[in-house]
Design a protein around this ligand. Sequence first.
Ligand code: PEP
Length: 252
Amino acid sequence: MNRKVLIAGNWKMYKTGLEAVQTAKKLTVLCTNVEDTEVMIAPSYLSLPLVAQVFQNTNIKTGAQNLYFEKEGAFTGEISADMIKSAGAEYVLIGHSERRQFFGETNASVCKKIKAAIQSGLKPILCIGETEIQRNEEKTFGVLENQISDGLKGFGLGELGDLVIAYEPVWAIGSGKTANIEQVAEVHQYLRSVLEKLFSKDLADGTRILYGGSVKPANIKEFMSIDNVDGALVGGASLDVSNFIQIIQFGV
Ligand code: PEP
């Protein structure tokens, strides 16, 4: 099954519009010859249309870090999937652990957001991951399975062709700690088996599963050598283009 590697950068709440545009321009130059790997940047909402314009007619895609599931209405401060799509995004992160941790995101709201993304033609990147306590209590697999089955509840097979999953152990995000090769290999294989059980072998084989959590130029090669790892979701190390291009090139 041909799953094109995706290296996605999450700029979180960093960079003003000007800084985002400057970084995007530098990245565009560095990525000119990148062909086999798909590259995506998720800037802040405010920078998104500016960055999308820089990436227009280049090989770099733009994504949002979140959306609100209602189509439109009196929801002060929120942004809809259609707004994101019309600003130039192709992807959207949904259920990032920081949204779950600080903003009350649940598997039920994640499910509504994925539906809204698909209806607007955005490719959802469903972020899942266990906390350190859950791992220590050997609840990792149950937590991940619930995040997938509840987050994708009610979807028909035909709707999930553009789905991407990002496995990000919460304890590895921004902490400098990473899951080890055995942990990542075991989880990614398990996630593919969950997709097969819930949907179909075709969907399981075709869905890209990214690893995220303190990915750096020094460790990307190791992660990319693991079966069932189809790319990376990168936070801190995506903010600096010289780090990020090394990750895109697998640390070479
Ligand atoms: C993330 O924001 O999804 C992430 C993985 O962050 P970091 O790479 O900084 O751990």
